[in-house]
Design a protein around this ligand. Structure first.
Ligand code: C5P
Length: 300
């Protein structure tokens, strides 16, 4: 086999409950991940060294050196296998870069699946999961797909039962936000307000809404503890979120650490109308529709 292509979805967080800052600089979370139908594609081609090239949506903002998370994933996999494997990675991006939709994590997960296949390693997903957790808190979910609850720093996952399909609209912003900066702003805001930080808990009503496929109930339960920090760093997000609510979204929130905003619609048709309304309101660089949950990375 000379070349393997893997398609991998983006995620939105349906609930992101952020606990106290830990000694290791991370936060304990309850993180309900939901994979949605916005896909990057990663093609791994046999080579002697390691290299990566990025094309598509905001490709110029993605590093093409050793900082690239997909190359770090390939290196970690070769290290795990104990062999000096090489690969050329080509990443075709549709997932917004630094947008709070785990695009970098998705590319890393896709690189693990593609190189596992290309190099004929035949490692089970559990082994890839362990490598994934070392690469970043969101990489294990990017390997799993569907809908899942993550605890710890988000890497300890349990898949959730979901009935039916939910329809989403995503408002993309100009430029990204640094995840570390948004967590730091969250800590700063909490310290300034003197707020006692509770241990993060899963919202039972949200899990029930997922099990029952009840979009209205899910919309009412969406929540993200990072949202005040993302809005503090990017004031324009408040207008974007307001516009979605005014246009009849069942629920709206900042996706992960932002700046992408997510809006839940009643149906595919409603998502189309909501997207058109948000485009007309001029509150986003681009507006796209998607559905979830979708499966994790797959060889195409
Ligand atoms: O794990 P990852 O490298 O993706 O995390 C990026 C940054 O986000 C971390 O360096 C940390 O500042 C923050 N983070 C956190 N708590 C988590 C996950 C991420 O504080 N559970």
């Amino acid at each position: 086999m000379n070349s393997v292509t893997v398609r991998v979805p983006a995620k939105v967080n349906l609930q992101l409950a952020v606990g106290p800052l830990r000694d290791d600089g991370y936060h304990d979370l309850v993180n309900v991940f939901h994979a949605v139908s916005i896909f990057d594609e990663v093609t791994a081609t046999a080579a002697t060294g390691m290299s990566v090239r990025v094309e598509g949506e905001s490709a110029d903002q993605v590093p093409e050196d050793g900082d690239n998370l997909a190359i770090r994933a390939a290196l970690a996999l070769a290290g795990h296998a104990g062999r000096p494997y090489g690969v050329n990675l080509l990443i075709r991006k549709s997932i917004p870069v630094a947008g709070g939709m785990a695009g970098g994590s998705a590319d890393a997960a896709a690189a693990l699946v593609a190189c596992n296949e290309l190099w004929g390693l035949g490692l089970p997903r559990e082994d890839l999961m362990e490598i994934a957790a070392d690469l970043g808190s969101d990489v294990p979910f990017a390997l799993l797909g569907g809908t899942a609850i993550g605890t710890g720093r988000g890497e300890r996952l349990t898949s959730l039962d979901v009935a039916g399909t939910f329809h989403w609209v995503f408002a993309l912003a100009d430029g990204g936000l640094s995840t570390a900066a948004v967590y730091a702003e969250c800590d700063r805001l909490r310290q300034a307000s003197g707020e006692l930080v509770a241990w993060p808990q899963a919202a039972e009503a949200l899990l029930a809404a997922l099990r029952e496929g009840d979009a209205e109930a899910l919309g009412a339960q969406l929540g993200n503890d990072l949202q005040p920090a993302a809005v503090a760093l990017r004031g324009s997000l408040a207008h974007t979120l307001d516009a979605g609510r005014e246009q009849g979204a069942l629920g709206s929130l900042v996706s992960g650490s932002g700046p992408t905003c997510a809006f839940l619609a009643r149906s595919a048709a409603h998502a189309g109308e909501l997207a058109a309304g948000l485009k007309d309101a001029g509150v986003a660089r681009d507006v796209i529709t998607a559905h979830g949950p979708v499966p994790g990375p797959a060889v195409v």
